[in-house]
Design a protein around this ligand. Structure first.
Ligand SMILES: O=P(O)(O)OC[C@H]1O[C@](O)(CO)[C@@H](O)[C@@H]1O
Length: 245
C-alpha cells in the first residue's frame, strides 16, 4: 500500500480529484467505482470544479457505486443515488445510463445482488475503486466479520455504522438497518484502489489498518493483499502513527 500524506481534508480532496482526473484523461472509457459518506464529498466538488473550468469529460466513463440502503427509493434524499446525483452526476457530463448503483427498493434484493455482481463482471470489472473507511474498518458496507470471499450481498448494519450515519438523517430511527453492498471480493477485483482517510476520529482506524494483521474482524485489512492500493490520508488521521515502509 502506498501512502500519500497531505495537510488536511481540502488537500486530500484536491489530491484525490487530481488522481481521478489524470486517469479519466488517460482512459476516457474508464470504469470508476465510487463511494458515498462524508469523506469523498470534497473530491466530488473538485471534480465538478475541474469539469467546469477545464472541461474534463466523463461522457464515456462508467461508474459503479459500492452500496445502497435497503428500503430507500432513488428519490429519497438519503439514498445514495440521490447523494451521487446531487454531489456529482448532475454537475458533470456523464451519461446517467452509465452510472450504476445497486437498487435498495426492489422486491427481490437477492436477485438484485446477483444482477449487480454480474453487471460489474459484464463490464470487465472496475478499473479504479474509490473507498472511504468506517471507524470499525468497514469498506462499502462490509461490516466486521464479512467473509473476504463475499460478492454483492445484503448486510445488517452495525450499530456503530447506524450511529455514525445518523448525522445525515433527521433521527437515528430513520437510518435503515440493512443495505446492499458490493462484497469484499468484488472490491478486491478492482484493478486499483484509492482509499481516502481524513480526520482525527479515523486515526485509530488508520493505525489498525497499517499495523494490524489481515483478518475479517477488520475488513479493510484485506486491502493489504491487493497489489495496487494508494491511501491519501491527512495529518489529523496520520498524526503520531509510525508508517511501516
Ligand atoms: O466517509 P464517512 O462518512 O466517514 O464514511 C465512511 C464509510 O462509511 C460509509 O458511509 C458507510 O457507512 C461508506 O460509504 C464510507 O466509505
Amino acid at each position: 500500500m502506498k501512502i500519500l500524506e497531505v495537510k488536511d481534508y481540502q488537500q486530500m480532496s484536491n489530491k484525490a480529484a487530481e488522481y481521478i482526473i489524470e486517469k479519466v484523461i488517460r482512459f476516457p472509457s474508464i470504469k470508476l467505482g465510487l463511494a458515498t459518506g462524508g469523506t469523498p464529498i470534497g473530491t466530488y466538488k473538485k471534480l465538478i470544479e475541474d469539469h467546469q473550468k477545464n472541461g474534463t469529460s466523463y461522457r464515456r466513463v462508467t461508474t459503479f457505486n459500492l452500496d445502497e440502503y435497503i428500503g430507500l427509493s432513488e428519490e429519497n434524499k438519503n439514498s445514495y443515488r440521490y447523494y451521487m446525483n446531487e454531489n456529482l452526476f448532475n454537475h458533470i457530463d456523464i451519461e446517467k445510463s452509465r452510472t450504476f448503483i445497486p437498487r435498495g427498493d426492489v422486491d427481490d434484493i437477492q436477485k438484485e445482488s446477483l444482477y449487480y455482481e454480474d453487471l460489474i463482471a459484464k463490464h470487465s470489472g472496475i478499473d479504479l475503486q474509490v473507498l472511504g473507511i468506517g471507524s470499525n474498518g468497514h469498506i462499502g458496507f462490509n461490516e466486521p466479520g464479512t467473509l473476504f470471499e463475499s460478492s454483492t450481498h445484503i448486510v445488517n448494519l452495525a450499530p456503530s455504522t447506524i450511529q455514525a450515519n445518523a448525522r445525515f438523517f433527521n433521527r437515528v430511527k430513520e437510518v435503515p438497518t440493512k443495505a446492499i453492498t458490493m462484497g469484499i471480493a468484488t472490491i478486491m477485483k478492482s484493478k486499483e484502489i484509492l482509499l481516502l482517510i481524513s480526520g482525527e476520529e479515523k486515526r485509530e482506524t488508520l493505525f489498525r489498518l497499517l499495523n494490524g494483521d489481515v483478518n475479517i474482524g477488520f475488513p479493510a485489512s484485506v486491502l493489504k493483499n491487493h497489489p495496487f492500493v494508494t491511501i491519501i490520508a491527512d495529518e489529523a488521521a496520520v498524526k503520531d502513527i509510525k508508517i511501516p515502509r
